[in-house]
Each structure stands twice: as C-alpha cells, then as structure tokens.
Design a protein around this ligand. Structure first.
Ligand code: UN1
Length: 514
C-alpha cells in the first residue's frame, strides 16, 4: 500500500525535484509560480505537487529553443536518432515500477494498468528504433528516358503534443518516439490533471539526450491549461499538433490548425460497442466485456460503453455480468487486490451521476446500480461503483461518451441490426464482435460492417497493441498514431525527378522548342 513516504521515494528515484517546472527544454527548466496549479491524487486526495504554468514569455523561449534544436536534430542520421529513442526505452525499463506506480497514483488506474502503460511506452520505443531504419520512400518508373523518379520523407519541424489525463504518458510516447526518429522535435503540453508523471518522463528523456550530447530543445514540456493548448494549436511555428482528448477540444484544435494550414492528428472520443452474438464463446466474452467496461474505471477512449447482445443469449449473459460485477473490488488502485480505482476527480464523479440520472429519465433500468462510494478508503470522493444499465439504442445518453464505468446493454435480433446500432453513434474509435461464426466475423469486418478505426473479433474494444495504427473516424477525429505507417503523418513527402540525359523531354509529350 502507498503512503506519503513511498511517494517521496518514488519521486526521488525518478529524480523529480521538489519544485516542478512550468517548462523544460531538456536539462533547462524554469518555474513560474504566478499561476500554479495543484496535482491531487484521486487515490487519497493528497497533494502530489504544485506545478507552475508556463508564461507567454516562457512558452516563446521554449518554441525558439525547439526551432533551433530542429536544425541540428534533423541532421543526425535517423538510425542514430533511433538509438537515442532505444536508450529512452531502456531508461523506462529500469524505471518501470516507479513510473508505473506514479501513473497509478496520479491518475488512479490500477497498478497493473499503470505498469501496462509504461510497457506501452517501452514497446513504442522498440518499434520506433526499428522504424528509424525503415522510413522508406517508393521509386516510380518515369515516362521519360533516362529519368529517375522517387520520393523521400523529411521531418516537419516542431510537433506539438497535447495529451489527456487517462493515458498521461503512453499517448505522448506514441507521438514523441515516432516524431523523434522522423527527425522532429517535440513540445508536450500534458493534461493539467497529471503534470507530475509528465515531469518524470521529460526528465528521463532529458537525461538520455544530455548523455548523448544532444542540444536542448529536442524534448520540451510546457505546463498549463486550455489556453496553452489553444496557443499551441494556433502557433504557425508548430508544424503538426497531435491532440488527444474530448471531441470539443479536438474541434477547436482542428479549426485553429486548419486556419493556418497547419497539420493535426486528432484522437478524440469513443463510444465503443461489443457485439455478443449467439455464436459467442461466453467464457471469452465475459472477461472481455468486464475489463473493457471497468478497466481504467471506464476512462479509456477505447472503453466498452455498449454491449449489443443477441436476444438468445441476452438473459444468460446479463446474469453472468451481474455476477461478475458483484465480485469487483473497488479501492486503492495500488493495492493489487482491487480491480477498479477512482475516477480522476470530483468533476468526473458529477458527470457519472448526471449520466445515470439522464439514463433513468429516459427509461433505463439498472441491472447493477451506480453509487458514489463513501468511507475512509474513499476519502478522495472519486470512487464510484461500476454500473450496468439496460437501455434502448436510441437513448440520447447512449450516444454520448461519459468517461465513467457505465455500461449500457441492448438487445438485437439480426447481425445487420447489431451493426447498424453499433454504427449509429457520432463516435467511431473501437468496436468488436464476439462470435465463433466465420460468416458473422467477416460481415462485421466487411465494408458494410463496423465503421470504426479499430474492429476486433473475439477480443475486447480496449487494449490495442502499439504495432497497429491507432485512431478512429467521425467524431473521433480521423487521426492515426503509433504503429503501421502512422509515421508518415509526422513527415513531409517530397517527390524527386532526376534527368540524367542530355535532352529536356517534357512530361505528357508536350513540345516546346526554342
Ligand atoms: C486512450 O484511451 O486514449 O487501446 C488510449 C487501449 C490503449 C490506449 C488507449 N492501448 O486501450
């Protein structure tokens, strides 16, 4: 179990100084105590640290430093950059336990999930290291004699990363590790709800960069709230803004970057459904549904929010779910006996309560009731009971993403109907079907199937591996991060045609004699 002493130890092992910087360009850090904000742990309500916000002047200095660093960093061969990212991965390996605990303590997810988050960072570092030797361009056949045509990829410049509290460090690393090996420099604005884990990661990377003699500015951190995010989005010096968070935030980032013809990668809300077919192996479906719905206390963008269950197995599966929810242990997430930790803050608790009230107003019936937990163990006021509501798919509340462990159950008769229900929400991140029937599985994955960025068969909606491209459609924003060829969004493509003949033939056979 965690106490004040272990927090101090943990911060010390991660060498987080008592005063946390409002900004950092690497080894250089600065405080600005004029408008500090506090990070309270949702685990026990204790103050972890008071963090400064980057002032306008400090922000400008960071961007200038990052701009200067880009000039040097881009000249370093990509495999060498990859090796530096590999070393960052090694630093994460040796601090996995401390950082995992800090993530768990500052954000509230279970220690297993905190460790999983650090593992996700390690994995993306490994991926990026290999990728640093594989930033391939194509060669094309020229229509003109003695001409060679090919394409190459160059870095963009500064990549601004706006990350959310729910994956306070992993989502940053998906962006940063890929951006770095591509030759970009990064400026990170973490969530103001989880500033301390960000400081820890920034300091680990700063150490690696300094050991390799890399100039300041390759990895930068600026702390602040919504206005700082808006500043980043509107800043023409930032080539690409990768933002994770609410659809409301993403729309404002998209508008601000588009207005200056900048680029953005958006990873926004999800409203993910799991279809449980009458052909499902219910022993596989049950843990997938429960982990998907209550993991990270329902605060993943990939959380399972809707179960669309075939009428033939509806009653059986509902009863099994109710039994499983009865076994859930809710409490301090650092205690490995517990399955579910707190929500991030009391605002999130209010939203959980409001969603339950809306659901009841619309005629929902709760198979497992939701309540806010009280008592000594729940002193932070952020612990809630995961709940299950039986609803109709057309309920307004079912179309919304509430970042809390509220699972909506609905019934279907035909697979077409299930797919239609699954697609009939504004969001389009993740989806899954539980079935042992090949035809059903393929229909779900077909062009007439799921409209989401992620579509799984016989696994849940959350817990994607870093090797695939991660992101979704519609209100989820359309961006892709992490694996596959998502790296291309962090680079600019250049098409090159080289004439090694002694003539100047024009394309399309145009004649132009002078
Ligand atoms: C998020 O919730 O923003 O697929 C990211 C998952 C994790 C990442 C979630 N690998 O659930």
């Amino acid at each position: 179990m965690i106490n004040r002493l272990t927090i101090e130890d943990m911060l010390q092992r991660l060498s987080i100084k008592p005063v946390n910087p409002a900004w950092s360009t690497g080894k250089e850090t600065g405080d600005d105590t004029s408008t500090p904000f506090d990070s309270f742990s949702p685990v026990d309500g204790q103050l972890i640290a008071s963090v400064g916000s980057a002032s306008a002047d400090a922000y400008d200095r960071v961007i200038e430093q990052a701009t200067a660093a880009f000039g040097q960093w881009r000249m370093i061969p990509a495999p060498r950059r990859g090796d530096i990212v590999r070393q960052f991965g090694e630093a994460l390996r040796s601090h996995k336990q401390d950082l995992g605990m800090l993530v768990s303590y500052e954000m509230g997810k279970s220690l297993q999930e905190g460790l999983g988050e650090v593992q996700e960072m390690i994995d993306i570092c490994d991926f990026a290291t290999g990728l640093s030797r594989q930033l391939y361009g194509l060669t094309m056949q020229s229509e003109r004699p003695q001409h060679r045509m090919y394409e190459q990829w160059h870095p963009l410049g500064i990549v601004g990363i706006i990350s959310a509290f729910n994956f306070p460090v992993a989502v940053w690393s998906w962006n940063a590790a890929i951006a770095w090996i591509c030759g970009n420099v990064c400026v990170w604005k973490p969530s103001e709800k989880t500033p301390v884990t960000a400081v820890a990661c920034q300091q680990l990377m700063a150490r690696v960069l300094a050991e390799n003699g890399i100039p300041e500015g390759v990895s930068c951190l600026v702390q602040g709230g919504r206005s700082l995010g808006e500043e980043l989005a509107g800043d023409h010096r930032i080539a690409l803004v990768s933002a994770t968070g609410s659809t409301r935030m993403g729309k404002s980032v998209a508008a601000a970057t588009a207005a200056r013809l900048g680029r953005s990668i958006l990873e926004l809300g999800g409203n993910n459904a799991l279809i449980i077919s009458q052909h499902a192996d219910l022993d596989v479906a049950l843990p997938a549904a429960v982990f998907g719905a209550v993991g990270t206390a329902g605060q993943r963008c990939t959380t399972t929010r809707r179960l669309i269950i075939h009428e033939a197995v509806y009653d059986t599966f509902r009863q099994r779910l109710v039994n499983a929810y009865g076994q859930l242990r809710i409490g301090n997430p650092l205690d490995e006996q517990n399955h579910v930790g707190p929500l991030i803050d009391v605002d999130a608790v209010r939203q959980y309560e409001a969603a339950i009230a809306s659901c009841l107003r619309e005629g929902g019936h709760f198979a497992v009731a939701g309540t806010v937990l009280e008592g000594a163990e729940y002193v932070s006021g952020c612990y809630v009971r995961p709940c299950i509501a039986e609803v109709e798919p057309y309920f307004e509340i079912v179309k919304q993403e509430t970042f809390a462990p509220i699972l909506y159950l609905m019934k279907y008769r035909t697979l077409e109907e299930a797919i239609r229900i699954q697609n009939e929400v504004p969001q389009g991140l993740s989806s899954a079907i539980m079935t042992q029937n090949l035809r059903e599985a393929e229909q779900f994955l077909s062009v007439a199937g799921s409209d989401c960025g992620i579509a799984n068969v016989n696994i849940g909606t959350s817990g994607a591996e870093i090797g695939g491209a991660f992101g979704g459609e519609k209100d989820t924003g359309g961006g892709r991060e992490s694996g596959s060829d998502a790296w291309k969004a962090y680079m600019r493509r250049q098409t090159n045609t080289i004439n090694y003949s002694d003539k100047l033939p024009l394309a399309q056979g145009i004649k132009f004699d002078v």
